[in-house]
Design a protein around this ligand. Structure first.
Ligand SMILES: [Zn+2]
Length: 238
């Protein structure tokens, strides 16, 4: 069955008044992994289990963008839920998911915007286990401005603890992956959350899957050199 983000994409397409033209729309993409068909990465699709779950709240056209990395989370984390965010129409399914006693939801958001009593730094695994709960990371998928809007204007998130990633975790991640981006993308943030929940296999699989996506996606936009082609097809990192 197609995963949650793929289903959301189909629903979003059905609602569109006009066709969505992604950048690089001329490119023939693999419908499964979304990269140029000659650089399809489906053969490397990871298969891991995860104790944690992810709830993606996706801003407007986010599921339609071929660069969206929430898609990669749904590829890797079996319990990934995805919803279109709307300020006015609240999907009952979001409320039901957040109220489901098997989950302990955490909204992933920077602490500087949140009252201190809501902020948590860690996922207390023993405590959750004793309560029979599994972590559910609520990840706001959009630009930074959109994420802030979703956070502020979703009353159903207001009672939930906020998990804030620490600068140390982020800089360790940057060093490991040699990324210089100011903001981590949705998949990277989620990989860090999975690490905090000791879901190491899923965290690593997601990091690697994102790294592969970046390489294959770029290859589709800019023809790779012979050495790069070789590396892409042999599954080795450059
Ligand atoms: Zn593919």
């Amino acid at each position: 069955m197609p995963h949650a983000v793929s289903r959301l994409r189909d629903q979003r397409l059905a609602r569109s008044q006009k066709p969505f033209l992604a950048r690089g729309a001329h490119l023939v993409r693999c419908p499964r992994c979304r990269v140029g068909i000659q650089y399809c990465m489906c053969a490397w699709q990871p298969k891991v289990t995860a104790h944690s779950a992810v709830c993606l709240l996706m801003y407007d056209a986010e599921p339609l963008k071929p660069t969206n990395t929430g898609w990669l989370i749904a590829d890797v984390v079996p319990d990934t839920f995805a919803f279109s965010w709307s300020r006015t129409e609240i999907d009952e399914n979001i409320l039901a998911l957040l109220a489901d006693p098997q989950w302990q939801p955490y909204v992933v958001f920077p602490d500087e915007y949140v009252p201190v009593e809501r902020v948590v730094r860690d996922v207390p695994q023993a405590e959750l286990q004793a309560a029979g709960k599994r972590p559910l990371f609520v990840v706001l998928d959009g630009t930074w401005t959109e994420a802030r809007k979703m956070f502020r204007k979703s009353a159903y998130l207001a009672h939930l603890p906020v998990l804030s990633l620490q600068p140390d975790d982020i800089s360790r991640y940057r060093l490991r992956r040699s990324t210089r981006e100011e903001h981590l993308c949705t998949a990277e943030v989620t990989a860090l959350c999975l690490h905090l929940a000791a879901d190491v296999a899923a965290a690593q699989a997601l990091e690697q899957w994102f790294a592969r996506f970046s390489r294959h996606y770029l290859a589709g936009r800019k023809p790779p050199s012979v050495a790069e082609q070789h590396a892409l097809h042999n599954g080795t990192a450059l």
